[in-house]
Design a protein around this ligand. Structure first.
Ligand SMILES: Cc1ncc(COP(=O)(O)O)c(C=O)c1O
Length: 382
């Protein structure tokens, strides 16, 4: 197997995994957002090297070398100037946005989210007794778009906005102009921006990721940005992410809201993250080409073989949001699970309806084809 082999199908049921353990043998797992690819060789090498050292005690606030590479990546990739001290390491992005909400809100405050959205974002308001204000994305011919009017209205009296960009499940990236409007509304109302940018590296074609905090120092002062190498490099099980919080007071409040629940990151995850950011770029480029080809293959095959399914080629992420309403399947997730033996994520878990499912195409092409074949077969046997 070469370092850039994305075609080999690996039997993941040999080790415990969320993705493959949830459903019985015979069901193809195309749900939770991790990929079925082996880790990049530089990451494996760095982990092997670290394992040579026999002590695995607490890792402290995280290595200065990793802070430096994060800061230089922000400059390099987004023209965003941050200081290494702005970085706070965390066991995950989900703990990160919950900690941020605890830091900047009081029970009863209003939290704005856009729907449909990643389930833990949907759930976050109730964790902290906040009033959730849903702003549905606007359906447009080529997908879904930010509903700027409703969003700016909702942000008017909100304590915080939990942004997901790139967006899970639609795979949309927000344009600079959209982000500027959102940021201006937050600056006007005083809402804190908590920006989940975990998918920021997986962006295709001419689309570009813009961290909302990179718009201006003024926006950065009101923003907690959450990132990780975990989606791009498929190391989510190593439980390591980071917040970037340039404002010292906001950072202090964020750290103070930890309350013993999400202290520090995993020592192996920190090693893997640094190896990914330092030495993983060529693997990442190869991954992006493979994923883009998977995306195009999926869109083409569904267009030809199940044209009733509405799908917009995602600009980012390895997730596709399928609108199955024209098929009249009842509960689309149930239909595909029971009749096709393919497990997707159900639309209602994102705050949508049961006519939508989310498909994960971060897998070898053979598995993707198997999934589409199963769908086609189940539909033809109805
Ligand atoms: C938008 C988004 N945020 C966060 C996560 C998970 O983050 P973590 O595992 O670092 O808590 C995911 C995983 O799918 C995601 O899609």
């Amino acid at each position: 197997m070469t370092a850039h082999d994305f075609d080999t199908v690996i039997d993941r049921r040999q080790v415990p995994t969320s993705k493959w353990d949830r459903y019985p043998d015979g069901v193809l797992a195309m749900w939770v957002a991790d990929m079925d690819f082996p880790v990049a060789e530089p990451i494996a090498a760095a982990l092997r090297d670290r394992l040579e050292h026999p002590v695995f005690g607490y890792g402290g606030p995280g290595p200065a070398t990793l802070r430096d590479v994060i800061a230089s990546d922000m400059q390099d990739l987004y023209g965003w100037s941050i200081s290494p001290a702005d970085v706070v390491f965390l066991p995950g992005v989900v703990p990160g946005f919950n900690q941020a909400l605890k830091a900047v809100t009081q029970p009863g405050d209003r939290l704005v989210v856009e729907t449909p959205v990643y389930p833990p974002i949907l759930a976050a308001a109730s964790n902290w007794d906040l009033a959730r204000v849903d702003v549905p994305l606007r359906p447009v011919a080529d997908g879904s778009s930010v509903n700027l009017d409703r969003l700016t209205d909702a942000l008017g009296d909100a304590a915080a906005f939990l942004l997901c960009n790139p967006h899970n499940p639609t795979g949309r990236t927000r344009t600079r102009a959209e982000l500027e409007t959102i940021a201006n509304a937050c600056l006007a109302s005083g809402a804190v921006i908590i920006s989940d940018e975990i998918h920021c590296d997986i962006v295709y074609g001419s689309s570009k990721h813009v961290p909302i905090a990179a718009l201006s120092p003024e926006v950065a002062r009101r923003t907690v940005t959450l990132m990780a190498a975990s989606k791009t490099y498929n190391i989510a099980g190593l439980k390591t992410a980071y917040a970037i919080i340039p404002d010292a007071d906001l950072r202090r409040r964020f750290i103070g809201a930890n309350l013993g629940m999400s202290e520090g990151a995993n020592v192996l995850g920190l090693v893997a993250t640094e190896a990914a950011l330092r030495y993983g770029r060529s693997w990442k480029q190869a991954l992006l080409s493979y994923l883009k080809a998977n995306r195009d293959h999926l869109v083409t095959r569904l267009g030809q073989e199940i044209p009733e399914i509405r799908i917009n080629a995602p600009e980012a992420t390895y997730l596709a949001w399928l609108d199955c309403s024209a098929l009249d399947l009842g509960d689309a997730y149930r239909f595909f699970l029971d009749k096709a033996k393919v497990a997707f994520n159900p639309g209602p878990s994102f705050g949508s309806d049961d006519q939508h499912v989310r498909l994960n195409f971060g897998c070898p092409r053979a598995l993707l084809d198997d999934g589409i074949d199963r769908m086609v077969r189940a539909l033809s046997q109805r």
